[in-house]
Structures are given as C-alpha cells and as structure tokens.
Write a protein that binds this ligand. Sequence first.
Ligand code: DC
Length: 212
Amino acid sequence: MSAAMIVAIDGPAGAGKSSVARALADRLGFHYLDTGAMYRALTWLALRDGVALDDGPGLAALARQRPVEFGDQDAVSIAGVDVTRAIRAPEIDAAVPVVARHAEVRDVMRERQRLLGHAGDSVIEGRDIGVVVVPDAEVKVWLVADPAVRVRRRHAERAGIDEEALAEDLLRRDERDAANTHRADDAIEVDTTDLTLDEVVDRIAGLVGVRR
Ligand code: DC
C-alpha cells in the first residue's frame, strides 16, 4: 500500500481555509484535519484549568496529557468535553495566538498532527503545514483573499460582532500569527477573493488529480 497522500492548506485567517479544506476532503473522500482547532481546544482547557497563557512548558504538558480528539462531523473534544462550539468564542480568538506562540506547545501539536495526518489520505489545514508539519506533502496550497472579503467572511461566521471590530481583530491576529504562518516555496497560491467555494475546490482537486 502506498503512503497516505497529504494536501496542505495554509494561509491567514479568513482566507477560506476551513470551508475549502472541509469541502475538498468531502469531495476527495480524505480525512480533514483542522490544526487551528487543536490550538483552540488547548486554549479553552488552559483557561478552564487556570494554566497561565505565558507558561509554555505548562501548556505543553497539558497538551501532552490531554490530546485533542476529533469525532463525527468535525466535533472537537478535549479532556472528555465537547468544545466544538466553545472554541469559536471571542475569548478564545483573543487568547489562542498567545498559546500557539510557544515553541514547546507547537512541538507537541505538530507531533500529533503528523500522527493524525498520516493515518490516511488527509487534507490538513493550518499555518505551518506545508513548511514544518508535513514538508513533503504532495500538494501544498497557500490560500489568500482581499482583507475586506476576509472580514466579511468572519462576520458571517460570528453573528452579532460589529464589522469594524472584526477588521481590527483580524489585523491584530495577522500580526500575532505572522511568526507561525509560513508559505512554502513550492505552495501554489490560490486567491479566493472572486471565486466561489466550488471553484476553489475544483482548482485544488485538479492539482490533487495530477499528483495521484
Ligand atoms: O485557523 P484558526 O483561526 O482556527 O487558528 C487558531 C489559532 O492557532 C491562530 O492563532 C493561528 C494558530 N495556528 C497556528 O499557529 N498553527 C496552525 N497550524 C494552526 C493554527
């Protein structure tokens, strides 16, 4: 049997990574791995258990003790609690870049991401997948979109939050995530600004077809 095929989807917040990666995985019959959800779940647990967000070794130990689990329909749980919805709250948005910054935390997460990703053909979504987590992924995509479109997409996902606040938040997140967001030299850039979800998925599925 040949090794698992990996499609890496990286890019900034709001470029469309989650929708694209999920739809692509459905189309191809691949597993879908949302690595951002792993950092979010750890952040949720750290806040619940009072682990300081500046304690890299403490957070890494927590990540090792309590690995994030994925269930049906992209359900996310940690420490036996279903956190699928809770990890999308604004408090988590604000705190997660602080947690994701620690090298010790990233080492634990990456190890688990490789394990989950190689369990079968997978679409893996994140910031550092094509460069650090799976540098030998068969297909690497760098998703981008115009800032105004990125804000509008996040607004659609987060009802009730004002657009101006979201625009500011996105800018701040871009700055905070920059150190962990890497574009692979061999990634193919797809600008989703003027494309429908189907068009983006068609394009990437075409790239996967060529490599198979
Ligand atoms: O994509 P997202 O918004 O769910 O990501 C949540 C946070 O985790 C965000 O601060 C970026 C960070 N992240 C990361 O550093 N590396 C990844 N592979 C995925 C996400």
